[in-house]
Design a protein around this ligand. Sequence first.
Ligand SMILES: Cc1cc2nc3c(=O)[nH]c(=O)nc-3n(C[C@H](O)[C@H](O)[C@H](O)COP(=O)(O)O)c2cc1C
Length: 365
Amino acid sequence: MQLIYQSYYFSSKQKNKIILISRFMYQLLRSILFCFHPEQVHYFSMNVLKAICNTGLGRWCVQQLFKPDDQPIQVAGLHFRNPVGLAAGFDKNASYLHALDMLGFSHVEIGTVTPLPQAGNEKPRLFRLKKDNALINRMGFNNEGVDVVNQHLLAWRKKHPQSTLIVGGNIGKNKVTPNEEAWKDYLLCFETLYDAVDYFTVNVSSPNTPGLRALQDVEALEVILQKLSDALRARKIQKPVFLKIAPDMNEADALAAAALVARLQLTGMIISNTTISRNNLKTPASTLERIGAGGLSGMPLKNRAQQLLKVIATSYGNRLVLVGSGGIFTTDDARERMEAGARLIQIWTSFVYAGPSVIKNILRK
Ligand SMILES: Cc1cc2nc3c(=O)[nH]c(=O)nc-3n(C[C@H](O)[C@H](O)[C@H](O)COP(=O)(O)O)c2cc1C
């Protein structure tokens, strides 16, 4: 049976029709899903997708509908089948890698992972700003802890040894760990996940762990990055290490962080995480007040993330590998980001608003 449907392939005309239909279907589905709470919808949709991808026919349909043709690119010594990845925070515990692989992401950044499991902030903690095509979240690094996540990764690798999906490990510190000891948390996550991931991202830029962003200050950052750099050099196999920064950093501080990454000969930077700014939103101030604190992602983040990337690319584009994240919805957004100096891009919010066809859509031209 599997052979019969695997031997049937669609022409590109048929494929375009299917994309249009699936986009329309997602709009319909979205209007239903958006009646429910975003965090519930997140887990519900991913569990349904996971179940579908666990059957031969389901997997085949998902691939036919959503998986783009390869547009391979070599970055930081790794082979990516296209430049579009899923940003951190979507699959925090590495629970949905197979399904995300079937959708066509070239890479998925799991985490943020902390040494100990954490429940994160009180719910509700994820909110839609439909008028702005944006989200506000204050998840607070909810995750099952580095040991469990490592087990998930190793199990996935054992079950899918042929997968070409690149997996990044986004690492952070526990809420209870004081900033002076934060390096120990980063180092522990780094050592634990070393064999299970393809690259690392050091997250010091989430607005939802009190005091975390103070670690972006160059002196504090140097302590963490130096320890990781030493641990990396002690390894036989070298893995890329990125620093992920906040869009709210001023340009001088962002450049100082870039200088440090370059001096320590780490790989590059992911620009950027969510913002605490609430400027230029269509969502009424009263709604924003009701939602409260958290990181804003999606369309309103686009210009700032693009601008900060450009600033860093101008000075460090030839020494650092830059990854663009923040408000990327369309081919044009992706192209602009890559023309500004990004080698790869990552999406999160556009996946929620535009659905799984967004990857194919971005890669269309
Ligand atoms: C609900 C949610 C949770 C997130 N969690 C993390 C996280 O744990 N670690 C991290 O580095 N970034 C996290 N992010 C930030 C995203 O990885 C991404 O950098 C940001 O949302 C900007 O991209 P976007 O505009 O495409 O959403 C999270 C974003 C959202 C919306």
